[in-house]
Design a protein. Structure first.
Length: 125
């Protein structure tokens, strides 16, 4: 399992990619997608919602369980991935590409996000 080097990772298994305009894309990692099993439903935060780092902002339902979705940053949601709402299996088939979950205008970024290498070590233990 390869974690893209340019992303940052949370202990709750979300990834974050911050663009130059301060808008970050958030998704769940391949590790989390595999642990969940086949995702069949996604409840994502709505545009305009304020999200708080480490707090639940939606949920993913799989054939195994329901898991909370956590925001890795503080900010305002500017886009939710309608493709994932329409086809939740994208979370499993393309967690780092088409299976992203939402975009957020970052208010401030927590310092406890991990690099790809740190996240790989975290999930290996």
């Amino acid at each position: 399992m390869s974690n893209p080097q340019q992303l940052r990772y949370s202990k709750e298994h979300e990834w974050l990619s911050v663009a130059e305009d301060g808008v970050a894309t958030v998704g769940i990692t391949e590790f989390a997608a595999n642990a969940l099993g086949d995702v069949v439903y996604a409840q994502l935060p709505e545009v305009g919602d304020t999200v708080t780092a480490g707090e639940s902002c939606g949920e993913l339902e799989s054939t195994k369980s329901v898991s909370d979705l956590y925001s890795p940053v503080n900010g305002e949601v500017v886009e939710a991935n309608q493709d994932v709402v329409d086809d939740p299996s994208l979370v499993n088939s393309a967690p780092f590409e088409g299976g992203w979950l939402f975009k957020v205008r970052v208010a401030d970024q927590p310092e406890d996000l991990m690099s790809a290498d740190e996240y790989t070590a975290f999930t290996a233990g």
